[in-house]
Ligand binder design. Sequence first.
Ligand code: PAF
Length: 291
Amino acid sequence: VNVVTTIAECREIRKNLGYLALVPTMGALHAGHLSLIEHARDKADKVAVSIFVNPTQFGPREDFQSYPRPIADDLAKCEAAGVDLVFNPTPEEIYPPKGDPAEQTAAEVFIDMPNLSNVLEGRFRPTHFRGVCQVVAKLFNILYPQVACFGQKDYQQLRVLTAMVDALNFQVEIVGCPTLRDPDGLAMSSRNQYLSDAERQRALSINRGLFAAQEEYSKGFRQTNRLMTTVQKIMLEAANQGRVPLLIDYVAAVDAMTLKNVLEIERKTLIAVAARIGPTRLIDNVLLGGD
Ligand code: PAF
């Protein structure tokens, strides 16, 4: 696999890659990422993976410093998966520091999509999506992929980026790929490695709650109040709690396109959860309806 760290090298190699699918990542690759790479391969002749822990999408009290960066391991996984190009820049390469203090640096240029970005995650991470849009727009302009693959676990990110591409006429097809789960049902995430065994057991109430809501939907229940209560009850059940506290940031039912609250499911609806277990914040969701 070709591994490059500068934009100039990346552009040079990209010239020879033809129809290209990009999988943007922050590294700490797991089976979920490998499945995105598989989807990318189905969609294009060549596959590029970017590995970049993007500082501008982390809030001041978030885990930017401690975010896992097992680069040797990640490169071995990309090699084994037959990835054609890995772009692994430094923060300075993507966000060059100011020369003249009056100058606008790259890190200060944002794309803001307030209607989609201020809800759900945006209420708890107010600057997150403008950082995601900023870095993904830069990656699109550096690699000009024809296709880009993102996981549905980060559903709001997928929706925001799809809307960004539509609004700003990027010539790239955004592909949403299904969430991969461990055998116990926990949605795969690089942050799962922060969890102790007890915390992981506690975290399973998130997917159990979502699966229970899915089950109720399949039995004909359409009131989102009922489904959200089911999710919350399972997450907070005393029997479930043990000594590990779980703090719910939100359980929400929103329209899959507009991300506005839904009372009764008539169209595709996202049931989304964010919760904190000790210092670890996890998100998960299921999509209901629209079929
Ligand atoms: O989903 C992620 O890993 C990141 O938000 C992304 C899309 C790579 C942008 O930094």
